[in-house]
Design a binder for this molecule. Structure first.
Ligand code: DGP
Ligand code: NA
Ligand code: NA
Length: 210
């Protein structure tokens, strides 16, 4: 029997939707049911490129907007060999943000179109499943104040949300919308169901490309 590849599963959403918590819970649930799984996150601030991005987000440095877009994309590309290796080994990857955040956050800035923003990520491994944690701004506000990083304002996040809504119209991506206003266990149950379906459906199919 040929060994089966892992699934590439991505969680997206605006800030404070609960992505990180849910990624961790999903990895734990998959591992406990005997399915090899690991978490990744983008930006990965641990690499040299990631450190440039981190300083930018912390407002310790300023970078030109196109430049930072390309750095975020480069940060995904530099991890592709690792991702492919793990998927080939049968490990399911649960990824906290991916190229969709890249497009949504940059195209929310003045003067950027979706098409230009998508280009640098063309050819990246295509997720088998992208779950969008949907949370309206009023509910997000109940979860506390924004932090001090770049992009953490309600006006910008509203614009990011609109860009995600445009991206979710793309039928070539397997989008699922998750109601993130439920409690943590409710959100987790929905995410687990979609993930198990994706793992079963995609393990005999080749990995696609964005
Ligand atoms: P996080 O570590 O998940 O809180 O993400 C850091 C911030 O960076 C968050 O506001 C979302 C934003 N972000 C994530 N990926 C990208 C990207 O590819 N491009 C841009 N411009 N912003 C991104
Ligand atoms: Na953040
Ligand atoms: Na997060």
């Amino acid at each position: 029997m040929a060994s089966k590849r892992g699934a590439l599963i991505v969680l997206e959403g605006v800030d404070r939707a609960g992505k990180t918590t849910q990624c961790k819970k999903l990895v734990q649930a998959l591992q406990q049911s005997g399915r090899p799984a690991e978490m990744m996150r983008f930006p990965d601030r641990s690499t040299t490129i990631g450190q440039l991005i981190s300083a930018y987000l912390e407002k310790k440095s300023d970078l030109e907007d196109h430049t930072v877009h390309l750095l975020f994309s480069a940060n995904r590309w530099e991890l592709v060999p690792v991702m492919k290796k793990k998927l080939d080994q049968g490990i399911t990857l649960v990824v906290d943000r991916y190229a969709f955040s890249g497009v949504a956050f940059t195209s929310a800035k003045p003067g950027f179109c979706l098409d230009w923003c998508k280009r640098p990520d063309v050819g990246l491994p295509k997720p088998d499943l992208v779950m969008f944690l949907q949370l309206n701004p009023a509910e997000a506000a109940l979860r506390g104040q924004f932090g001090n990083e770049r992009y953490e304002t309600s006006a910008f996040q509203k614009s990011v949300q609109e860009k995600f809504e445009q991206l979710m119209k793309d039928p070539s991506v397997n989008w699922k919308i998750i109601d993130a206003s439920q409690n943590v266990e409710g959100v987790h149950a929905d995410i687990r169901t979609h993930s198990l379906n994706a793992i079963n459906e995609t393990q005999n199919m080749p990995l696609g490309e964005l």
